[in-house]
Design a protein around this ligand. Sequence first.
Ligand code: NAP
Length: 515
Amino acid sequence: MLPEFKNTPFTDFSIAENKTAMEEALAKVKSELGKRYPVIISGKSYIEGDTFKSVNPANTSQLIGEFTKGTKEMAEEAIETAAATFEEWKKVPAFERARILLKAAAIMRRRRYEMAAWMVYEVSKSWPEADGDVAEAIDFLEFYAREMMRLSEPQPITSYSGEENELYYIPLGVSVVIPPWNFPCAILVGMTSAAIVTGNTVVLKPASTSPAIGFKFFEIMEEAGLPPGVLNFLPGPGGAIGDTIVDHPKTRLIAFTGSMEIGLRIHGRAAKLNEGQVWIKRTILEMGGKDFIMADETADLDEAADGIFAAAYGFQGQKCSACSRVIIHEDIYDELLEKVVERAKRIKVGQPDNPKHFMGAVIDQAAYDKILEYIEFGKAEGKLVLGGGKGPRGGWFIEPTIFSDIKPNDRLAQEEIFGPVLAFIKFKDFEEGIAIANGTKFGLTGALFSRNRSRLEQGRAELHTGNLYLNRKCTGALVGVQPFGGFNMSGTDSKAGGRDYLLLFTQGKSVCEKF
Ligand code: NAP
């Protein structure tokens, strides 16, 4: 019997032993930077051909690794291989598949510091952010393994005299998995392991700014005993090979997490029937957000300020759940703004391998340029009260930034910036505050700080976000505890880490025998 699922505790780096372990892992990973990595299809490595580079965003002259650039031909081959392997993998019993995830979780737990260290260098996560990312990945493996065991049991249906009826869940087929770079371990592992444990085969195209951590997961799955061809590793630019793997008639399912623009593109292409295709493709699309923290005049201002600070600046504001709008009642607006500014002023920006630095760099030059452009929009739309400038040289650093006097329809209040930029918006009465909170095309996360019971109840009912938090920050969803996914243009609300999630990777088969 398996122990009950429990969330992996976060590492306490104030304990000397943990701090030393992380320092050793960073040194080990540093000594391994700059290697050459292949495309892997059916266990076979493709090392020849063009390459692309993954670099450290905080030190752009530091090469993380050089990766074979997947081509259209490789993409076709990966799908064909996954289709052929599916015929065998789908017959492997559910418990056997689940045990591979449990084994992978155990390996990842043993390599926890190393996995975190890769993310410190490859995507500029601080120690606690990188550690949280690995903890979430381990949770996904443990949770989905148990969920598959539960789903493989006989499903409850109504009995009917003279017949034996049953309902069971079978896999779909070739799953294309396209993760983002911002949770390069957790989201990649979550989507991939869900597809595999339900009996599908996978073509995994990691984000081009974080392929190394994807490769590390591939290695772990191999070590855990996953047969060749079940998981195929296809790094390469989404703009060049994305359409090939999405459009292929043998692709059955696409699990994507990333921007709204690419998610909608995939949605549209997947809806088109291609020659030889005999199914309607399934898409699981988790996309962007314009998340808020709202506080009314009864809120505990210190708790609200702590929540806003953590949700806005953790990982440089590059979380889909990050707070980018603060919606405050006019009576407490100035005081709460001041408290958040005070906290944000203390942030140290710099190399994330140094644990003193709360914020590292943003992911790449495109993100850096985009965020600086939004800072210029902010200067025209509101009042710059903190930051607004570039951080230390040598990497894509941006100061924690705050704008006040932003209006609900300003670009800063409507568009996803995905950086450390916070927009403060004022409201006069609670209904107006709710309307502002709900007044974007997104609906991913939000939080309400209030000590008024009827307002909390009203917020609970009327704030339209897939993940709503009352009197706490809007980031940090835990697997199994707060299943995650957004409304409207934030996606298909797949609720990753929840009990409905694996169903999205299966189809129910109802069988009846009359005696
Ligand atoms: P992105 O630019 O949309 O990229 C996501 C993935 O799509 C990457 O692997 C990318 O590959 C690939 N891609 C690019 N063009 C493609 C195409 N034409 N066809 C198929 N795939 C293609 O997003 P991102 O910058 O990585 O991630 C940030 C976004 O993700 C934000 O909007 C954030 O809110 C969202 N996000 C949402 C959630 C959620 O649960 N709702 C969670 C995390 C992040 P390349 O890297 O090679 O371009």
